[in-house]
Design a protein around this ligand. Sequence first.
Ligand code: KIV
Ligand code: ZN
Length: 562
Amino acid sequence: MGFDHRKYVAFTPVRKTDRRWPDKVIESAPDWCAVDLRDGNQALVKPMSVAQKTRMFDLLVKLGFKEIEIGFPAASQPDFDFCRKLIDENRIPDDVHIQVLTQARPELIARTYEAVEGAKAVIVHVYNSTSTVQREKVFGLDRAGIREIAVNGARIVKAHAEKQPGTQWTFQYSPESFTGTELDFAADVIDAVNDVWRPDQGQPVVINLPATVEMATPNVFADQIEWICDTVRYREHIRISVHTHNDRGCGVAAAELAVMAGADRVEGTLMGNGERTGNMDLVTMAMNLYSQGIDPKVDLSGMAEITDVVEACTEIQTHPRHPYAGELVFTAFSGSHQDAIRKCLSTYSAGDSWEIAYLPIDPRDLGRRYEEVVRINSQSGKGGVAYVLERDYNISLPRWLQIEFSKVVQSAAEAEGGEVDSDTIHRLFEDRYLSVRPEWCLRTYDLHRTDDGVTATVEYGQDQLMKLSGEGLGAVEAVAAGLESHHGFSLAVEAYDEFALGEGTKANAMACIRIQVGGQPYSAAALAEDTTSATLQALLSAVAHHVGSRQDAGQKQAGSPA
Ligand code: KIV
Ligand code: ZN
């Protein structure tokens, strides 16, 4: 059996009796560090060109990121050259710290300092692997040996910085594979590194705790972070950072719980590009904060530009369901969702707090339009179809016609097998209800009110005009009576609605009517200059549907074999 869960060992949870993070609430954004140009870039099939890196850097700056990891300059010539380009061309704003990664090896640290010479503010990020598996199987070293690599790296980082006093240096240490490292050992290495750097004496230090591989549920990661925050020395002088990956699909959740557990800073990438399943997605986490009324301290309002740049630089398409950014994430196809959204939006005004069913945030905040919210397929219902006609064509249907017309749209969607766009919905409505056969086109009408009701005369048709009169309590009843006596059938008006149309439409009024003849319903609608013309035309068109169907049936019968 290839598929055998017994091959895997469950992650040992952290034993903790003083767990406080579950009751914490995030009330402000953490410090962000964008690692698109390093962790994101190193995971790409085709690493970014200089032009792509520059575009990504400029975007990150524009969005408001103040700490940006720009590469691993000692490991790659393109990363080295890119560092130099940013510095030599003066492209780094004064309030932005660039960050560069290096392994804790003397020659790599030296080359890293060459790459950033002359920069105003730099975070030198040094790392070595500390996990049990890496110690035993990759490096063949014991705890002391691994600790020595970190401490030696810290010393060399410090010594180089002292030689370039013109730069504001921040030192960052990552016990790589932290999630697979025994907590007491991780704390021991962190303390040893800080004993060299002395954050208590004014040296800015970041201790970055990576879930290099996501190995357990986010609550376990939060326990690990809380334990480290409680245990390491110099805690009040250092920033604790987290750097989560998404192997179990919980990179964002793990970072959020880590912030509840005490982390001050979060590393990630836009849209979560990164090794394997990716890094923590900065867009999702920042927008999660925004949706809770917290200023995310980055401006993601131009989401289309963000996805354009990320797609162009990574050559990876944005998933249509990507939180906050995907094409479909503000779209409802289901009828009941559409109904609820339509009702909530109809009472929403700018300045209200956002309480709209099925929409966790206002799509317009990200440069999206309400037009995208309701899209129609065979799952949609009357509310969605009515919404599209109202939104795009200023046509408001009465409820009875919404129900009837949505079935027409549903059949079209089923036949099509996919989405029915707004143009098609409008065309279906025109064909089915609004189109007027020339021989049924209302030409004139005359209404004469008496004490007993109304006497109506209408003329309709094209070349040869038909003229008929009738009496009734109102105009519709009077014209219906005329039609009944002329055609020799009786009709009942089941429903009719007329309303004035808003500005910007050619016609001023619209009417919808449903009649019944011989137990069969026939509906029609009409647009006209005034409501009476619209109503009478709708009545004529409904009768035309009946007469037309009678003629069709007659022709079928005449053509059928005896
Ligand atoms: O995932 C990781 O552990 C890293 C480190 C170098 C911080 O990217
Ligand atoms: Zn990483």
